[in-house]
Design a protein around this ligand. Structure first.
Ligand SMILES: [Zn+2]
Length: 256
């Protein structure tokens, strides 16, 4: 299990939006402190995604519009690049968690919202498909919010499905996820949009830290059932900073 991270992700002011919760200063500091604790996980540094990588999922006009904001463009390209690295590592049998911002699951082909810029997870899967390394994929998005951008970018690829577990309580939520995974087909890779905003002190007011371990463990079990165990996860939302680190660490312990 590897952590994918770049020091540039600590840059605070890449967004002009004063309500961009994903861009608040120090959002990833506690997470990286927790993930580096005791040296359990090695950290790998990503390269930025290229324009060709971005064009697999976004229109040239949309990419150009982001490029007019260089700080955002550079960091978003790096976040997409982190997802690409995670996907490559997955194919080599190494699971990973990419600790990135801006997040990606609300980034569609020609627009985005919800603090997202480029569709990190979808871009990584499209690249593997174009390289001929996969023909099918399951995306599990356990962020509080539905990954509409991922769905949009992967539309037209029937062998790529996006699962969004739901439930009014943690027990119901985990039960739904377990059932979804039991019914999920044989695919070439599992990609995870890992959002932590369904946490009990965050927007969703539902899941506890141990639930993130259990989510990770259910996803690991699915990857094992697939036989090849290929899996990677990429950070999406999660805004209750005091516990973001321990929740991400719990997920990694389950997913590893
Ligand atoms: Zn969210």
């Amino acid at each position: 299990m590897l952590i994918i991270f770049h020091e540039a992700f600590h840059e605070s002011f890449y967004s002009e939006d004063p309500y961009d919760n994903a861009a608040v200063p120090d959002r990833l500091v506690g997470m990286m402190d927790a993930l580096r604790d005791q040296g359990r996980y090695e950290v790998r540094t990503p390269e930025p995604a290229t324009r060709a990588d971005l064009l697999r999922g976004h229109s040239a006009g949309y990419i150009d519009s982001i490029e007019t904001r260089p700080l955002l463009f550079n960091m978003a390209s790096l976040a997409a690049g982190a997802a690409l690295l995670g996907a490559d590592l997955a194919l080599r049998g190494e699971p990973s968690f990419a600790c990135v911002r801006p997040p990606g699951h609300h980034a569609s082909r020609t627009s985005s919202w919800g603090h997202c810029t480029f569709s990190n997870v979808a871009l990584a899967l499209l690249r593997l498909r174009d390289l001929g390394q996969i023909t099918s994929a399951t995306v599990v998005d356990f962020d509080l919010h539905t990954g509409n951008g991922t769905q949009d970018v992967l539309r037209g690829w029937p062998q790529a499905q996006v699962l969004n577990p739901y439930g009014d309580t943690a027990v119901e939520y985990l039960g739904v996820l377990e059932q979804q995974l039991l019914r999920a087909p044989q695919v070439d890779v599992l990609a995870v949009s890992a959002g932590f905003d369904a946490y009990k002190h965050d927007l969703g007011a539902k899941l506890d830290t141990e639930d993130y371990f259990n989510i990770g463990r259910l996803l690991q079990a699915y990857a094992i059932r697939l036989g090849h165990q290929r899996r990677f996860a990429v950070l999406e939302g999660g805004y209750y900073l005091p516990d973001l680190g321990k929740n991400a660490l719990a997920f990694c312990h389950g997913f590893e």
